[in-house]
Design a protein around this ligand. Structure first.
Ligand code: ATP
Length: 297
């Protein structure tokens, strides 16, 4: 099956600086793919190459199975630089202008306003919109041509938690309807909640491409039981290595083992006061992958 986005050894140099180096990305049909990296990692440069806005120094881009060009780009919706709208016109009027320009039926305008949940504010002037609504109108514009693939550069940047949540719902809805979504972000927590898979970029290089579930793997079962020392020895006998920080025990077991361990401890006469799966700290994972490079929140 054709991948919506595939790059091979994609490279962009500015003078002696490699903004993007040897990048092999693959975005699968119907997924929400998060392109993650600290500021300056090369995300925007990559997205611009995908959309044919700048030329790679070397390497190859396949967009919906073809070179980025009029044929493939007609099937792609993109939001790269902030959307430009007329501030004194309503959201609907702005979209109508874009629809007319793109040769899209006007009925499509109301359909996309619905998708981004702006139908009830469609008559309001663009200048009265919140940042979240402006972003969603930008997304609506990108959806006018019923694209198979949507490419969004930092779609949640600057949004408050409610705006982020709205955007999340909208993007998941798009994917559920069969549209592939590729978005960039420097916020791991955000990507983690929206995306199926992530590609982590650092200094122009892909350091990992994996599922969000995989990024999260490596957690441990945290157990607090009384008396703690004896519970530790008991668990060691059955499960091997047990970490003890003085307040709680941690076991590297499968999350599904929690119920059995609870029953065993209670059966052996321990009082279990806490037993929960402890997720790995994703922020630490991200910092480790990107060499601890500081990135803005
Ligand atoms: N036109 C250009 N000329 C020279 N250097 C550039 C140009 N565009 C980007 N760069 C450099 O390439 C690197 C990657 O920039 P890019 O904007 O792609 O990063 P980014 O991951 O999108 O970060 P941000 O979120 O801050 O935009 C940076 O070091 C940047 O300074």
């Amino acid at each position: 099956m054709t991948l919506p986005v595939e790059t091979t050894a994609l490279t962009k140099r500015y003078g002696t600086t490699a903004a993007v180096a040897d990048l092999n990305l693959s975005v699968r049909a119907g997924e929400v793919y998060g392109f993650l990296g600290p500021n300056g990692a090369g995300k925007t440069t990559t997205l611009r190459m995908l959309l044919g806005l700048i030329r790679p120094t070397s390497g190859r881009v396949r967009l919906l199975g073809a070179e980025p060009g009029p044929g493939s780009l007609a099937r792609v919706g993109a939001l790269i630089e902030g959307p430009a709208f007329y501030p004194y016109l309503s959201g609907r009027a702005n979209l109508r202008i874009l629809a007319d320009h793109a040769g899209v039926r006007r009925e499509r305008v109301d359909a996309v306003l619905d998708v981004v949940s702006l139908a009830d504010r469609a008559k309001d002037r663009y200048s009265a919109y919140s940042l979240g609504m402006k972003q969603r109108l930008g997304l609506a514009a990108a959806l006018l041509k019923e694209p198979e693939l949507v490419v969004l550069d930092e779609p949640t940047n600057g949004l408050d938690p409610a705006g982020m949540a709205d955007m999340r719902v909208t993007l998941r809805k798009l994917a559920a309807d069969g549209c592939t979504v590729l978005l960039s972000s420097h916020l791991l927590a955000e990507v983690e909640q929206i995306c199926d898979r992530v590609g982590v970029l650092d200094h122009g290089r892909l350091v990992t491409e994996t599922t969000v579930a995989d990024l999260r793997s490596g957690g441990a079962l945290r157990v607090v039981a009384d008396p703690l020392d004896q519970a530790r020895e008991h668990l060691r006998r059955h499960y091997g290595h047990v970490r003890d920080d003085g307040a709680a025990l941690e076991l590297d077991v499968d999350p599904g083992a929690a119920g059995r361990i609870n029953a065993e401890l209670v059966g052996a006469g321990f009082t279990v006061t806490e037993l929960r799966w402890h997720e790995p700290d994703l922020e630490q994972t991200f910092l480790a992958l990107t060499g601890g490079a500081p990135h803005a929140a």
